[in-house]
Design a protein around this ligand. Structure first.
Ligand code: SF4
Length: 82
């Protein structure tokens, strides 16, 4: 199956959804900044994301409500600290 272009799937910086947590991401050599994708053309960073993101199964399960609140609170405090 042919790959699609980055522009056609709105490839961009990821925040919560990221290529690193997508079933289609393929790692580059150890320590490499970029890997690839079985669905999208070109160099792909694990920090990116596109509209066709597909969650990789998480062996730890879903975050609890308390953990999610703590995570967002931590991010907010880091952002406010500049
Ligand atoms: S399908 Fe999209 S989100 Fe998944 S690895 Fe490829 S570019 Fe990243």
């Amino acid at each position: 199956m042919d790959k699609v272009s980055q522009a056609s799937v709105n490839y961009r910086r990821g925040i919560d959804r990221q290529c690193a947590k997508c079933t289609m991401y393929t790692h580059g050599p150890d320590g490499a900044t970029f890997g690839g994708c079985t669905h999208v053309t070109g160099l792909i960073t694990p920090y990116g994301v596109c509209d066709d993101h597909a969650w990789l199964a998480n062996p730890f399960g879903r975050l609890s409500q308390a953990h999610r609140i703590a995570l967002h609170s931590h991010r907010l405090n880091r952002a406010l600290a500049g």
